[in-house]
Design a protein around this ligand. Sequence first.
Ligand code: 13P
Ligand code: SF4
Length: 363
Amino acid sequence: MSTTSQHHASVTLPPIHVPPHPKWPPLEGERLVAMKERIKSLLRQQDAVLVAHYYTDGLLQDLAEETGGCVADSLEMARFGTTHPASTLVVAGVRFMGETAKILNNEKRVLMPDLNASCSLDDGCPHELFADFCDQHPDHTVVVYANTSAEVKARADWVVTSGIALAIVQHLASQGKKILWAPDRHLGAYVQKMSGADMLFWPGSCVVHEEFRAVALERLRRLHPGAAVLVHPESADAVIAQADVVGSTTVLIKAAASLPNREFIVATDKGIFNKMRQVAPGKVFLEAPTVGEGATCQSCANCPWMGMNSLHSLARVLEVGDNEVHVDADLAKRAQVPIRRMLDFAAALKRSATAGACPSEPA
Ligand code: 13P
Ligand code: SF4
């Protein structure tokens, strides 16, 4: 690990409006079965496949798998859409995930249950402000997190997700590149600490992960000394510092299955517990404490934008056919370049992991 100092952009970010967590009518028994059957038949009729994120409602995640779709982290969601033959992709996640699917699959129809499903990182990085920041640092390689708009991606040299960020920055640092990083300052700080790269940061953050509290986590760990601590790197450094495993949603789920611990304290959106309980039955998963403990929290470890996806909103969009994601063709062409660079790098990394070599520079 390196201790290189951090430099932040001096920009004033727009205020982030965090919506209340949507409340959906409960679905149980026959009504649940009927709703699932209706969605299955709509998916078949429309040659559509469901691609869901681990933070969405567990019923949606399970339905995606039951119907031949996938539930995944944001890297795998992007990759899945490019390999599946369905002519319609239904993306249950947040807007950048639907946009990425459309950018990579221009010929496909991409639907989302709710186009208002944003992300505080995306909202906190307006493309005009970001372009100014890039213009001020033309000697830097621009690396942006996938949680950004198509316009911000179009300005980037590389797009990364939490699953591949460290490997890509290490690769760039080994070439002596200076990096302009946006928008998540916590993930950026973690990557910088682990890679020693020379990095400039955009000051964005995830409102969900920022609510985890380090002191309360220390207390909880003392109460559960045998528990392993799993942390998503969008959390603050004092929380990351207490982790046994830091990583993408996929990495955390794999750790829940493979570590011998019986108890886990998990610092990420609680939607992930659905898959963790499936892969590690019998183990106990505890929520890492948020600012909500004894006070009020905005998200309480449950992303309100991810919460806009439900069986209700999925059935509705399949019936009505609105909420189609559109990305201007020229913009998509430009945004596609750094996304494909990431996917090619990930594929090379996978190949080299099997062969035991370093990935070569992707095209
Ligand atoms: P993953 O790529 O790790 O699934 O993360 C996406 C995200 O939005 C986390 O808040
Ligand atoms: Fe964005 Fe945070 Fe929600 Fe992930 S959890 S989609 S980073 S607001």
